[in-house]
Design a protein. Structure first.
Length: 409
């Protein structure tokens, strides 16, 4: 079936061309073949931000609070993603990972992680230093968790296949099409773009770094939540030193901070990335220190929760900035996991920016946040593991949208 022509009226407008937005559109058309679906992406290509700049890890679900939306979606989403990759010959691998405790305090946290893994139905075996060296000969630690079901994939490749399927099924994917306004009314929603308005029965906001602004345009949504951008910087092992890492080597994360710490990730192309850190970005697309956006920075600084966040995590934040500005400090953190890594073994790689929701009390929101209005659904917080969970997130959103909209059966 040929892609549908642009129309003044459609059933659903999906805002955002990352993997969550593509998954929503995919599941809408699975549920209602023939429905009118328009997907808007402001960039000239899909998956240009969080989806295309992440570590490519298929997460197992070990870290997430039992009963949370993350925990409930990642297991089913992971399996659905793996099934999709199998069906469409997308290269992927279940390579496993180790979470390494380097001191006594971390050993205690490791046991808590193991218990959380069990509560979430994730296989995680506690291992000693000898078994750790068998799995990762160059890693060092007092103990570790081995998580065999973690994997790797190129999420851009997944998005490319999703987009092809969507166009074949009749979806209208419009690139270079920024949303400039949203008017929600009792009988529909009008999405304004530089190329003209689009009227639809429903809108789904999967705009990632700009999700809060799209919600504000609609005049609804939780204004208290603010997206704060955190840049994650990576280094890459030079080719002749890739043998230092077989698969995925992670530290024990700080339980008070929703980031995993710098770690080693073998990518699906065979390269090995080291990182990311978590540095406050001065622009929502601030992939470098020199990328500064006054509006973005002002919105962050004036948010009441930001000052509380700084007071609560000042030491951690300064440590992240220190590692960002001094390669030696970054390498020092990595040497805690793989002591043989040296300054000359690492070269800078592509950075990413994580869209992190910040609450007024200074809390970094640690779960996915979906907010509904009569004619719109806003995905207001979808950090890691959103890519892994994307097929389940998309399925759930499509189910909600089709249940309340008069769409073709």
């Amino acid at each position: 079936m040929r892609a549908s022509r642009r129309r003044e009226f459609t059933d659903v407008v999906v805002v955002g061309g990352g993997i969550v937005g593509l998954s929503v559109a995919h599941h809408l058309l699975l549920a209602r073949p023939g429905a009118g679906v328009v997907l808007l992406e402001k960039e000239r290509a899909l998956a240009q931000h969080q989806t295309g700049r992440n570590s490519g890890v298929i997460h197992s679900g070990i870290y997430y609070r039992p009963g949370s939306l993350k925990a409930r979606t990642v297991a089913r989403g992971r399996q659905a993603l793996l099934d999709y990759c199998e069906q469409h010959d997308i290269i992927h691998e279940r390579c496993g990972k180790v979470i390494v405790a380097t001191d006594q305090a971390q050993e205690g946290l490791l046991e808590g992680l193991r218990e959380r893994a069990a509560a979430n139905g994730v296989k995680a075996d506690r291992i000693g230093s000898d078994r750790l060296r068998e799995l990762e000969p160059h890693a060092r630690g007092r103990a570790a968790l081995h998580v065999p079901d973690a994997g790797i994939v190129d999420f851009r490749a997944v998005c490319a296949v999703l987009a092809t399927g969507l166009r074949t099924a009749g979806a209208d994917i419009r690139l270079s099409n920024r949303v400039t306004g949203v008017i929600e009314e009792a009988n529909g929603v009008t999405v304004l773009t530089p190329r003209g308005p689009i009227r639809a029965r429903q809108m789904v906001n999967c705009a990632g770094l700009y999700a809060d602004r799209i919600a504000a345009m609609a005049g609804r949504g939780p204004r208290a939540i603010r997206i704060v951008p955190f840049r994650g910087e990576y280094y890459e092992l030079v080719p002749e030193r890739r043998g230092l890492v077989r698969n995925l080597i992670y530290p024990v994360p700080d339980p008070a901070f929703p980031f995993l710490g710098v770690h080693f990730t073998r990518m699906i192309d065979g390269s090995v990335h080291a990182g990311p850190n978590a540095v406050l970005a001065l622009s929502r697309e601030g992939y470098r220190w020199s990328s500064i956006n006054v509006r973005d920075s002002w919105e962050t600084l004036r948010h009441p929760g930001f000052r509380r966040l700084v007071r609560r995590h000042a030491r951690t934040g300064f440590g992240e900035v220190h590692r960002s500005l001094r390669k030696q400090a970054f390498v020092g953190a990595l040497q805690g996991l793989v002591p043989e890594v040296g300054m000359d073994d690492l070269v800078p790689s592509t950075a990413g920016v994580r869209a992190q929701a910040l609450a007024p009390d200074g809390r970094l929101v640690d779960d996915f946040v979906l907010e509904e209005t009569p004619r719109a659904l806003h995905v207001l917080n979808a950090p890691s593991p959103a890519a892994t969970a994307s097929f389940e997130i998309g399925r759930r959103i499509a189910e909600r949208v089709t249940a309340r909209a008069a769409m073709p059966a």
